[in-house]
Design a protein around this ligand. Structure first.
Ligand SMILES: [Zn+2]
Length: 192
């Protein structure tokens, strides 16, 4: 078994409980954004760059990179099931990791996408998370609760899981996404 560092000290990967696979506590970039506001540049270019890097990763996968060690983040921002199926056909996991950011994709669409992928037999290939933070320097702290009221660490347990179960996702599939998959991913350590 592999040891995982947690805020409470190292534990064995087999002891991992429910694990949200992609969260932040603080995202601090005030100095960078104040001193280098041009750093981010044009959003379309950033998106195109990301697409090209992901395609690069995909082609590397065909050359032998172990994609079972890769979680493709923000995959839950689409409702395109065929695209998601195509992504995991190369062996990686899907990070359905922006629950609560309803401005990008609605709660209903996010829930429907995960439940549909479960129905297609892919619970073993998805991990769930919020990509939330207690505080983000580049987002307005005061307006955020009004803009994205469900973007917090409890949204999955309070709202998403009940909605998934209503859509036919089983307790076992939830356990797979929240517990078994993170364990399996973190268990694999060391060099190739
Ligand atoms: Zn993030």
């Amino acid at each position: 078994m592999a040891q995982i560092q947690t805020v409470r000290g190292p534990i064995d990967s087999a002891q991992l409980g429910t694990t949200l696979m992609h969260e932040h506590v603080f995202v601090l970039d005030k100095e960078i954004s104040e001193n280098y506001p041009e750093d981010w540049g044009v959003e379309e270019k950033r998106i195109a760059d990301a697409v090209s890097r992901l395609n690069e990763l995909k082609s590397r996968g065909e050359e032998g990179v172990d994609l079972s060690r890769v979680v493709i983040g923000h995959s839950g921002d689409t409702t395109d099931l065929d695209y998601l199926e195509e992504l995991i056909s190369h062996g990686s996991y899907l990070g359905m990791d922006r629950f609560g950011i309803d401005s990008i994709l609605s709660f209903e669409d996010r829930v429907n996408t995960v439940s549909a992928m479960c129905a297609r037999g892919y619970a073993e290939r998805m991990v769930l998370s919020h990509d939330a933070a207690c505080y983000m320097h580049h987002l307005p702290e005061r307006e955020l609760p009004a803009l994205l009221p469900r973007w917090h660490y409890l949204h999955i347990h309070n709202d998403v899981l009940p909605a998934l179960k209503q859509k036919g996702v089983s307790d076992e599939q939830v356990q797979t996404m929240l517990v078994e998959n993170p364990r399996r991913i973190f268990k694999r350590r060391g060099a190739y």
